[in-house]
Each structure stands twice: as structure tokens, then as C-alpha cells.
Design a protein around this ligand. Structure first.
Ligand code: PLP
Length: 376
């Protein structure tokens, strides 16, 4: 018997990657950072590889090493590296590293000596996001340093890449500007004898809506998990939402009209009613901001959470509908059964579907996998 669980449909992940792959001639890098957007990095990665992905993308070194420890051998790119990390471990594990600065490139070169092999490097250009990546001014110097390190055999120049500002609005003017800046940076790189095997800039949104941005490799994340990066798409691009979060009602009880509910009594019953207690809270990733707002499916209807979300639990007002301890409350799922989706939660809470799924789960809530499970 279970109390609360995060269910992940691996067949949906497989299907979604196949959909993404069918829409491009480029290779697919499934992004599994953030513990696979909350779905579990290793099972999600394996399902994505089954679906046709040939690369995996993560942020941190530890995320990359976790994939290697699971026996996954495909190329893995790690792109968020603080100074002073044990890069030799990544190089020894054949993890591709992103470099935006000559300082990091120098660190990578020094680490190759200890690793005893060349490092696989992707140079990152900032085309307008103003997050990571070399500025256009610093790009030529980075290219010079990288070409030199490649000539001495310290690094293998695998990729040149960038990231979009606003791809979730498919005709946003920043997209064409960034593509022009990316092409200019590629020309500068070529002038320094840098001819990367993979040029890549497309996230999920650009993978789904901008074939002119696919280059050699696309890097979808959210779409792998079946969620649309573009708001208001009724067809969901043919993707299937992979995560369902649900819990069993612990206790249902009748209360009178005018009863305040949960901390601070921010909700008051309008008539005699049945309250159902659901054992999930903000310690499990349910946003406290969902208090009085987010919908939950219970006893045949979608109902807003009544009162504050607590650390471990929240309450639903079920009126006179029959509800009993043990009934299943669905916070969100694939949307097929009338239950809310992560998109509904994002809208209710004022955030994006990415945050809803990524934050969900805790050590006390098991992740349960449906669908065919593969091993490395
Ligand atoms: C997270 C991330 C992605 C995937 O973005 P989605 O919008 O989830 O498809 C791709 N590239 C980089 C650099 C990222 O950080």
C-alpha cells in the first residue's frame, strides 16, 4: 500500500523523444539535468536513449558522473562548471565539457594531464541571453586558445554552442538576432581552424518550432517529459506528459459551515461539507503558493486546495460528494482522465510547468516507474 507517489511513465518519455527525433534531421541530446526535471535522471536518460536520443545533457559534473556510474556510455555534455572542480574525473569519464572562458579552458587543459587523455570540449558563445557563454568581444581569444589546445592534442574540439532567450515565442525577434550572432561566431571559429562536429543552439521550443535553428544537434529538455515549452498549444505537439503525482486521502470528515481551514484559516467553508486530508506538502515539492489555488482531482471532480499548503499535508473541500480515507487524489497527471496537468498547476501558481515537475518529490515520496524499463 502506498501513501503518496510520483509516477513516471517511461513509455511516454520514449514516445516524446521519438516525436522530437522525427521532426529533425539533427541528433537529439535529451537534457536530464535537475534529476531529469524531477523524473529521475537515470531512468529518464535510458528511456530517452531508447526513444532515439544519442546524446545527454546535464548541468553539473556530478550529474554527468551519475550517468556514467549507471553505465551510460553515450556522449554527455556538462555545462555549468565552477572554477576548481576535479575536472580530471570528468575527462577520465569521457564527459564533454563546456568552456566559455580561457580560464576554464586552461583548467581543462591542466586536468587532461592528470586524466591522461584529451578532453572533449564545446565552446559556448553568448548570443544574447547574457548568462553563460563568451561575449562577442572575448570570442576570438577563446577560439585562439582552443585552437592552440586542440593543436597540441590536449583537447578535442567537439562543439560550438549557444542558448536562446525567447524560443518559447517562436517568431520572437530575438531568435533571428541570436541565429545571426551564432552564425557570425561560427565563422570566427572557422577562421581559427575550428570546425566542430556539432553546432547546437535549440532547446525544446526551437526543436519543435524552428527547424532553421536545429544545426547538427538539438537539446530538448521539457518536451522529453511531455510538457510544452510553448503556452497555449492544445495539441501539446503530440507529446505525452510523463509525470503523475497522487496521494491517498488520510482522513475525511464532516465540518459545519463557517469553519476556517488549515494554518491562518485562509479558507472558510461556505456550508456543511466534507474535508479530505491529503498527505503531501511543501517538503514534497507542492508549492505553498498553491494554497487556495491549485486544482486536485478527487471523488470525480477537480477542486482547488482549501487553505494553506503545509509542510506535509493539505486539505480539499469536497462538499457533499462521497469521499473516504484511502481515496486517490491526483494533483496532476497526463490530462487524459480529466485530472489537472502540470500546466494547470503552473497557471494556478503563477509559474512554468518546468518548475512544477522539477520540484516534485522528496525522500519520503517514492518515484514509481510505469512502462518498459531499460538498463544501460
Ligand atoms: C535546460 C537547458 C536546455 C533544455 O531546455 P528546455 O527548454 O527544457 O528544452 C537546453 N540547453 C541548455 C543550455 C539548458 O540549460
Amino acid at each position: 500500500m502506498w501513501q503518496a507517489e510520483v509516477r513516471v511513465d517511461l513509455d511516454a518519455i520514449r514516445h516524446n523523444v521519438a516525436v522530437l527525433g522525427a521532426g529533425t534531421g539533427a541528433e537529439v541530446m535529451a537534457v536530464v539535468k535537475g534529476d531529469g526535471y524531477g523524473h529521475g535522471a537515470v531512468p529518464a536518460a535510458l528511456a530517452a536513449l531508447d526513444g532515439g536520443a544519442t546524446w545527454l545533457g546535464v548541468c553539473t559534473l556530478d550529474e554527468a558522473l551519475q550517468l556514467r556510474e549507471a553505465g551510460i556510455t553515450v556522449p554527455v555534455l556538462s555545462w555549468l562548471l565552477a572554477p576548481g572542480l576535479p575536472l580530471q574525473r570528468a575527462i577520465a569519464a569521457d564527459v564533454d565539457l563546456s568552456a566559455s572562458t580561457t580560464e576554464l579552458l586552461d583548467e581543462i587543459v591542466r586536468a587532461t594531464a592528470e586524466a591522461g587523455r584529451a578532453a572533449r570540449v564545446h565552446l559556448k558563445i553568448d548570443t544574447g541571453l547574457a548568462r553563460g557563454g563568451a561575449s562577442a568581444e572575448d570570442w576570438p581569444a577563446l577560439c585562439v586558445a582552443a585552437a592552440k589546445a586542440a593543436a597540441t592534442g590536449d583537447i578535442e574540439l567537439v562543439g560550438v554552442w549557444s542558448h536562446f532567450v525567447y524560443a518559447d515565442v517562436p517568431d520572437h525577434p530575438t531568435i533571428d538576432r541570436q541565429l545571426a550572432a551564432f552564425r557570425a561566431a561560427l565563422t570566427v571559429a572557422e577562421n581559427h581552424e575550428i570546425n566542430p562536429r556539432v553546432r547546437h543552439i535549440a532547446n525544446s521550443a526551437a526543436t519543435l518550432t524552428r527547424p532553421d535553428a536545429h544545426f547538427d544537434l538539438v537539446r530538448p529538455g521539457i518536451a522529453v517529459y511531455g510538457l510544452s515549452p510553448v503556452a497555449g498549444r492544445a495539441d501539446n505537439f503530440g507529446l505525452r506528459r510523463a509525470m503523475t503525482v497522487r496521494a491517498r486521502v488520510l482522513h475525511a470528515k464532516r465540518v459545519a459551515a463557517g469553519q476556517g481551514v488549515s494554518y491562518g484559516h485562509t479558507y472558510t467553508t461556505s456550508g456543511a461539507t466534507t474535508l479530505a486530508l491529503v498527505p503531501l506538502g511543501y517538503a514534497d515539492g507542492v508549492p505553498r503558493a498553491a494554497s487556495n489555488l491549485a486544482p486536485v482531482r478527487l471523488a470525480g471532480a477537480n477542486r482547488a486546495i482549501a487553505g494553506r499548503v503545509c509542510m506535509d499535508q493539505f486539505v480539499i473541500d469536497c462538499g457533499d460528494d462521497p469521499v473516504a480515507a484511502g481515496d486517490v487524489a491526483v494533483l496532476f497527471g497526463n490530462g487524459d482522465d480529466g485530472a489537472p496537468t502540470a500546466d494547470d498547476w503552473a497557471e494556478a501558481v503563477g509559474t512554468i510547468n518546468y518548475e512544477i515537475v522539477t520540484r516534485m518529490g522528496s525522500a519520503r515520496v517514492p518515484r514509481v516507474y510505469d512502462g518498459e524499463r531499460t538498463t544501460a
